[in-house]
Ligand binder design. Structure first.
Ligand code: NAP
Length: 474
């Protein structure tokens, strides 16, 4: 967003960042084995191709370095105010301004764009006794590298995408590893490999080759969406994945534990070639009895067994979309309260009652299949058009019409009902308390991008500067 604002000459902005460095999820997640699970050429900014990705799925340190390098190259670092956690943001309807309070001072702005990430705050599980554990205990997204794991008895709670990446690494050094699984995930092949020096040279010399690689990866990923968008379509994949599991894990009892009872795609697919084989190693136990409590010495499961541990790692996921909490709109209502159990935003970016506020990666823009950056970049271009449309009217505000917002919410709910995520027979972070999904986009990426290509002022109540009555009347 910052780079594009500079490029198009909308140069009067600041970026508020709570941490002391850039990088978001790629700064915070530093667990062993952390890497992107969408191919790197696709998981890159479209305007900053990187011919030097080391792997098809490159590791976290490279991605973090790429983000910092790109920010630096485009001169936006001086605009970032680190240590500025936003604690409140209130729309002043008279001044048509956002009044933003941060941990380090106040900011006034005509427009507020949030890019807080839908999975930025880790959640520890609510398990009795968690705080009594005597040894090191940390969340996968807050890895404590100072602890030597060699030879230790290590416990991991959770078997989602994060655990699938670090368990094979931890297994190599652990004395004994106990993995506590509540429900298994379907795992699809990753087939990661080093990108060769010849390929690097070719990508540098002929950038079109890299664009072609990106295009191929895009199409492969879109083909996955075909299976998820209508429940039932991807069921055949279950049989194939079971065969793969059979080849990876010889023990039928372990295989049974690792076989999901819901449709493939329902939970986010785990992209891994080494997770199941790591669980089959002699120093690993996969425990499927529910975790009932934690003691200073280990984890107690529902069958009464205490599993003794030296280190406990929580791979239990994140609070979903903590984006709205400090935000109050035209009527002073916090956005979380406005939303209730189901979060929604027109085109995943604008909410009626919250003028001049846009989200990057807001509700219903997560994908189960492709690069989130494709969605964020579509938002960025849309926001730029919105800002320009307001400025072209001499300033003021744009607020999505309540009927447009409501119709979109309805459309999302209806389309999502047909998808594997909502109807595939599982629970996951994709679902909200209503049983619907506030998280996922129920279509192909190209449809999303097409719908965001043009900002239509007709969808919005457009107010000029000092024009106070229009919204009240609308
Ligand atoms: P997650 O997918 O939400 O998985 C959390 C895991 O913890 C699940 O297995 C869950 O079981 C388990 N769990 C939660 N509370 C528990 C409890 N009280 N007792 C036992 N088990 C419990 O979290 P994640 O693995 O961190 O991944 C989150 C998302 O981040 C992914 O879906 C993906 O979108 C993204 N991600 C991306 C990458 C990448 O690109 N490289 C890597 C990692 C993560 P249930 O399944 O039964 O709920």
């Amino acid at each position: 967003m910052a780079i594009r604002l500079r490029q198009v000459g909308l140069d009067d902005f600041v970026v508020l960042e709570r941490a002391d460095d850039l990088g978001g999820t790629w700064r915070d997640n530093q667990y062993p084995g952390c890497a992107v699970d969408v191919q790197s050429h696709l998981y890159s900014y479209s305007f900053a191709p990187n011919p030097d990705w080391s792997h098809v799925y490159s590791p976290q340190p490279e991605i973090w370095a790429y983000i910092r390098r790109t920010a630096e190259a485009h001169g936006v670092l001086p605009r970032v105010r680190f240590g500025h956690e936003v604690t409140d943001a209130t729309w002043d309807d008279d001044a048509q301004r956002w009044l933003v309070t941060t941990a380090a001072g106040r900011v006034e702005a005509r427009f507020l764009v949030s890019g807080m990430g839908p999975l930025s705050n880790p959640i520890p599980p609510r398990i009795p006794g968690l705080d009594t554990f005597a040894g090191p205990c940390f969340h996968s997204a807050r890895w404590e590298h100072e602890h030597d794991l060699r030879g230790k008895r290590i416990g991991v709670i959770g078997t989602g995408s994060s655990a699938a990446q670090f368990v094979p690494e931890v297994q190599k050094v652990a004395g004994h590893l106990t993995v506590f699984q509540r429900s298994p995930g379907w795992t699809i092949p990753r087939m990661n490999r080093r990108i060769t020096r010849v390929e690097h040279a070719l990508f540098r010399r002929f950038p079109v080759l890299q664009r072609l690689a990106r295009g191929r990866q895009f199409l492969y990923r879109e083909s996955l969406a075909f299976g998820w968008l209508k429940d039932g379509r991807s069921n055949w994949l279950g049989a194939v994945l079971k065969l793969r599991l059979r080849a990876q894990v010889k023990d039928p009892e372990l295989r049974a534990k690792l076989t999901p009872d819901y449709h493939p795609g329902c939970k986010r697919m785990i992209v891994s070639d080494d997770f199941a084989p790591a669980l089959a190693r002699p120093n690993v136990a996969l425990v499927t009895d529910a975790v009932s409590s934690i003691t200073p010495g280990g984890v107690v499961t529902a069958d009464g067994t205490e599993h003794p541990l030296d280190v406990l790692i929580l791979a239990t996921g994140f609070e979903i979309m903590p984006v709205a909490d400090p935000l109050r709109g035209r009527d002073g209502v916090p956005l979380t309260e406005h939303w209730g159990a189901h979060r929604s935003a027109y085109l995943g970016t604008a909410v009626a009652g919250y003028p001049n506020y846009f989200m990057l990666g807001g509700p219903n823009t997560a994908t189960g299949h492709t690069s989130a950056l494709l969605y964020v970049e579509a938002h960025v271009e849309y926001v730029i058009q919105a800002v320009r449309a307001v400025l072209a009217r001499g300033g003021g505000s744009a607020e999505v019409r309540a009927d447009v917002d409501a119709a979109y919410r309805q459309e999302m709910a209806e389309r999502l009902r047909r998808t594997v995520w909502v109807s595939g027979g599982c629970t996951s972070w994709y679902l909200d308390a209503t049983g619907g999904s506030s998280a996922l986009w129920p279509g192909y990426t190209f449809e999303f991008r097409r719908r965001l290509r043009t900002f239509d002022p007709g969808d919005y109540v457009m107010r000029g500067a000092g024009d106070r009555e229009t919204v009240a009347a609308a």
